[in-house]
Design a protein around this ligand. Structure first.
Ligand SMILES: NC(=O)c1ccc[n+]([C@@H]2O[C@H](COP(=O)([O-])OP(=O)(O)OC[C@H]3O[C@@H](n4cnc5c(N)ncnc54)[C@H](O)[C@@H]3O)[C@@H](O)[C@H]2O)c1
Length: 592
């Protein structure tokens, strides 16, 4: 006989607890909501009132549903009030001793067949269970933030959890409209084990001033379609909680990449715990407010003082592939005259045909008028001779990803282009300084890393080398904005911002799969429904191509010599076997 959960308890009404109360109550379950003091209970009640009030305002629930939801909740500040509960979910701060103490007490308060669940993100559930007289009835029930929104729930089964207990909890999770996945008791479980390495890495980038907080966050939102940037997400999670999670993961796995970046601890000590205290990486309108307000770190508009932006009215593009074609169209769409150089007449014709087709589609879909499309096409000046680039203000090269070829081109551009012309490369993996050093004007050489398809993707990584001059960076940033793009700026390191943050995480997912901790389906589900990512890691690897991914991971490993970046052997094997992803019909999955 499975358990009927009609009354459940929630302890700790903070970021997570208040959301968990809302989820149960919204699904018609009576909730006894407990926090440590009357004051804390009041704060928890106000979280719930605010969150449901917003839902009411936005028409997501009506007044009757709002009243019913609140009718299901009673508040208390004593654990003894939880006696009638068939299930208690604990969501107090991430401290093992505190949780053990609470479980030991609960064990004496609730009925013998009641289930005890912890919402811990990383602490050993087994050890928490061992603090009770009956560890068989203890599970992890790990909700995601914000609990009313994220569908995913990890149900953590320890080696002693009774079968009926986790089955009943799984059924309950389904009843409250969540997608439960059952996992073993390992720090970080699926989602956090993959997410926190990435978040910690983003903090390290910020701490080393590799890029600004705004640029790191914008890069991941616009480059990968993530719902939030990593630093804004850490503010939402709470830096104190994030610190504890990383610390526990580090202590369990001894993976250096999980050692909390020092600045996290400093911020926590200073009370900058994120949204809940009104300040974390960003400053918020008030404690608990989601609204970011400007502070001393907010970047100003336009070029820095004293820096004069160069005039860019005509541009050149070298190359005839997917990226070059997209970039040519982007420039022409923004009213620039574009001289583009391909190696042969056929390639020139190919580029023109592709842009004509894309413009015809734009007209068909009403995104441009015929006149606009014709004017755009009239701004294109095709050529097979690099000499035609002599007078342009800026050249972007998008030829093959081969350093010898690119260096040969840069030598030539140096000879051909007028003084003051900016020479940009769209390389995604080669050191830009290697292109700059073969010219007599390394200060004019810069990276402009567009994303594919360039016509659609808003992000451009503007990459400066140790030699790039300030006005070149400012000119390219302002040009990007005129193109309708969002520039982010960073130094000349392997992976720039996006790939450097993305690929180690994908690699970790492959390692988790090879360790048989979870299936590819469960891992993909965890990252999509727990963290709101547009694709799971295995879906994404299959789309990007396993060979391409392996090449990027190798570059990152060689550049940073981080043992954790060494490509997972499973990825190497799949590539060796010719399973390269969708393009070959098989990668991590097999395609029709
Ligand atoms: N923040 C997240 O994104 C997230 C996501 C999933 C899971 N978790 C986990 O959820 C748990 C809670 O984290 P949070 O972010 O909600 O923390 P929080 O600091 O926002 O809230 C903790 C709450 O527990 C209360 N509390 C403290 N001591 C208590 C006691 N002795 N008895 C009763 N209540 C007590 C506090 O008053 C506070 O309301 C942690 O285990 C955390 O790892 C957090």
């Amino acid at each position: 006989m499975s358990r009927e959960f009609t009354t459940v308890g929630v302890i700790g009404l903070g970021t997570m607890g208040a959301g968990i109360v809302e989820v149960f109550a919204r699904n018609g379950i009576d909730v006894i909501a407990v926090d440590a003091s009357d004051e804390a209970v009041e704060r928890g009640r106000s979280f719930l009132t605010k969150s449901t009030g917003r839902a009411l305002e936005r028409g997501k629930i009506d007044q009757a549903a709002y009243d019913a939801l609140h009718g299901h909740v009673t508040y208390a500040s004593a654990l003894e009030s939880l006696a009638p509960c068939q299930l208690v979910v604990e969501a107090v701060p991430e401290h093992l001793d505190l949780k053990k103490e609470i479980f030991a007490q609960l064990d004496k308060i609730v009925a013998d067949d009641a289930v005890l669940a912890t919402n811990t993100s990383s602490l050993p559930v087994t050890e928490i269970a061992a603090s009770t007289s009956n560890p068989k009835r203890v599970v992890g029930m790990h909700f995601f933030n914000p609990a009313p929104v994220q569908q995913f729930v990890e149900v953590i089964r320890t080696v002693i959890t009774a079968d009926d207990v986790f089955e009943d909890v799984k059924a309950l999770a389904q009843r409250i409209d969540k997608k439960p996945v059952i996992v073993g008791d390992k720090a970080g479980f699926i989602a956090n084990a993959l997410l926190f390495g990435y978040l910690n890495h983003a903090v390290a980038m910020f701490e080393s001033r590799y890029a600004t907080r705004e640029d790191i966050d914008a890069a991941m939102k616009l480059g990968c379609g993530y719902p939030m940037g990593p630093l804004a997400l850490l503010d939402l999670i709470g830096l104190d909680t994030a610190y504890e999670i990383l610390d526990t993961m580090y202590k369990q796995g001894r993976d250096r990449l999980h050692a909390p970046s020092p600045i996290i601890k400093q911020m926590v000590s200073a009370g900058l715990k994120g949204r809940k205290t009104g300040r974390g990486f960003y400053t918020y309108a008030g404690a608990g407010s989601p609204e970011i307000v400007a502070d001393g770190h907010t970047p100003g508009e336009g070029a820095p003082e004293g820096v004069i932006v160069r005039e860019v009215s005509s541009v050149g593009v070298v190359g005839s592939g997917t990226m070059a074609t997209g970039i040519i169209e982007v420039f022409a769409r923004a009213g620039r005259s574009v001289t583009f150089v391909a190696r042969t007449e056929e390639r020139v014709a190919g580029v023109l045909a592709a842009i004509e087709k894309s413009q015809a589609r734009a007209v068909e879909k009403g995104r441009a008028t015929r006149e606009e499309a014709d004017a755009l096409l009239a701004r294109l000046h095709p050529s097979t001779s690099r000499a035609d680039l002599a007078e342009v203000d800026l050249v972007v090269e998008a030829i093959a990803e081969d350093l010898d070829l690119k260096q040969e081109l840069f030598r030539d551009l140096d000879r051909i282009c007028k003084p003051g012309a900016i020479l940009a490369t769209t390389t995604s993996s080669l050191p830009i300084i290697d292109c700059a050093k073969v010219t007599s004007r390394p200060e004019d050489v810069v990276g402009m890393h567009f994303f594919n398809p360039a016509q659609v993707m808003k992000l451009v990584e503007v990459v400066h080398t140790v030699s790039t001059s300030e006005d070149v960076v400012a000119t390219v940033q302002s040009l990007c904005r005129e193109l309708g793009k969002h520039p982010v700026t960073c130094g000349d390191r392997s992976g720039f911002i996006v790939n450097a943050l993305l690929f180690p995480y994908l690699n970790d997912a492959v390692k988790m799969l090879s360790a048989n901790y979870a299936t590819a389906d469960d891992i993909d589900t965890a990252m999509k429904t727990g963290c709101g990512l547009p694709m799971g890691p295995f879906e994404l690897l299959d789309v990007v191509g396993l060979d391409v991914s392996l090449a990027i991971e190798r570059e990152l490993y060689i550049e940073f010599r981080e043992p954790g970046y060494a490509p997972a052997p499973l990825l190497e094997h799949l590539v060796t076997a010719g399973y390269l992803g969708r393009k070959t019909g098989r990668g991590f999955r097999t395609y029709a």
